[in-house]
Ligand binder design. Structure first.
Ligand SMILES: Nc1ncnc2c1ncn2[C@@H]1O[C@H](COP(=O)(O)OP(=O)(O)OP(=O)(O)O)[C@@H](O)[C@H]1O
Ligand SMILES: [Mg+2]
Length: 396
């Protein structure tokens, strides 16, 4: 069918034509943010899930929801190699400048911008990657100790006070939170905790890989009580069907029930895969309705496209030793796997593989559902590894 009209959108962070199955979690976040705005206790929400389940687009949609409701939002993504203060400062500055246009909030927003000036200057010594425009002189003693934990606390307190004056809340949306160093996570948790104790309207809506939960707990033992950790996973069957059928029908075309069932089965209801199968099934079909035979044929090109993009970008970041480790895991199946079993496959000792496993954890390629267990963070990565490294060469 006409590729120009193809509604599907496979891609990291690309908004889907239909955001299926996420109404409940959006509502949870809306309630938390509104409670914060009114000065009621509100739990921050940290969404955890594997690669490609739809965390980023969900976070973006929640941010849009909050913007529409008049909340001051900050939207950042934690890359692997930058510090939290460096990524936070420029966006927080923009939010504070917006807030300073509100007459009620102006004084306090300007004070928060002074706090930001002190924060940036004092922490620049330790976090050289901080780059932020400064609109006001710092105020001696305000967020300028040079200690992240104390200064972030003071900064968010000042920002929260300004938000409260403006009758709004400050909502921080942070993606890939598992990449933030543990000491910086600890500072963030402390600052949010302090703001909550003072009934200030500051909330964190975060997203990350499943290891985020454990990292938070290690950073601050009380973090697990302070936050909700809803899991973002594959869609339910009805939602997966809707994610495909609705966009097709919105373009005036149709798809058979059999074809839908086939897509549901092949994709195992993972969001990224649904978009890829939807796109290729549309392109393969000569005419409406899309049939099961079309889906069958599309499966080949869909898998090839995934291998070239979704899986490939992850694979290319691996060292040869890391590839062998993951290939051994793949040999054992989808997982999770015991460290001892993986070591046996490679004819090595568990301890000698420790550093490789640690690197894979740090890169977010694997996570540990329980002590001594290792699982892929990318759905169906075991099948990909067997495709890209076929045979037995990896053993040698
Ligand atoms: N609820 C949904 N319904 C249908 N498609 C969705 C849904 N959520 C996400 N998608 C699609 O899935 C793909 C992946 O989404 P997204 O990039 O948000 O995943 P992610 O969990 O952030 O992945 P990663 O961990 O790799 O960053 C995108 O193509 C997006 O359009
Ligand atoms: Mg993402």
């Amino acid at each position: 069918m006409d590729p120009v009209a193809n509604p599907f959108a496979p891609g990291a962070g690309t908004p889907p034509p239909e955001l299926a199955g996420r109404d409940a979690i959006r509502e949870t976040v809306r309630v938390a943010v509104e409670r914060a705005r009114r000065g009621h206790p509100a739990k921050s929400v940290l969404m955890v899930g594997l690669r490609g389940v739809g965390k980023t687009v969900l976070l973006d949609r929640m941010r849009d929801d909050a913007d529409v409701a008049g909340i001051q939002t900050v939207r950042i993504e934690a890359p692997e190699s930058r510090s939290l203060p460096a990524i936070l400062a420029p966006d927080l500055r923009r939010a504070l400048l917006r807030l300073s246009r509100n007459l009620q909030a102006r004084d306090m927003a300007e004070r928060a911008l002074r706090a930001l000036a002190g924060f940036a200057e004092a922490l620049k010594v330790k976090y050289q990657d901080i780059e932020v425009g400064l609109d006001f002189e710092k105020e001696a003693g305000l967020a300028d100790n040079g200690d992240l934990e104390q200064d972030l606390q003071a900064l968010l307190e000042a920002a929260g006070t300004a938000a409260r004056r403006g009758g709004t809340a400050l909502a921080l949306f942070i993606d890939e939170l598992q990449y933030v160093e543990e000491d910086q996570l600890a500072a963030l948790v402390t600052a949010l905790h302090r703001a909550a104790q003072r009934s200030l309207p500051v909330v964190l809506i975060g997203a990350g890989l499943p290891q985020l939960r454990g990292r938070m707990g290690r950073a601050k033992s009380y973090a697990e009580r302070l936050f909700d950790f809803p899991e973002v996973g594959p869609l339910g069957v009805d939602d997966a069907v809707r994610a495909i059928a609705k966009p097709v029908r919105a373009e005036g075309a149709d798809i058979t029930d059999e074809a839908l069932a086939c897509i549901v089965e092949r994709t195992r209801r993972y969001a990224y895969f649904l978009q890829e199968w939807g796109k290729h099934s549309w392109d393969v079909a000569a005419a409406s309705p899309i049939t099961a035979a079309d889906v069958d044929e599309a499966s080949r090109t869909a898998i090839a496209a995934l291998d070239e993009s979704f899986f490939r970008v992850r694979f290319d970041r691996l060292t040869p030793a890391e590839k062998r480790y993951l290939r051994a895991m793949a040999h054992l199946g989808p997982g999770p796997h015991r460290s001892g079993d993986i070591a046996d496959e490679l004819d090595r000792k568990v301890t000698s593989l420790g550093p490789t496993r640690a690197q894979l954890l740090a890169k977010g390629m694997v996570w540990s559902p329980s002590h001594g267990d290792t699982a892929f963070t990318v759905p169906m990565f075991d099948e990909f590894m067997r495709r890209i490294m076929p045979g037995d060469d990896w053993r040698t």
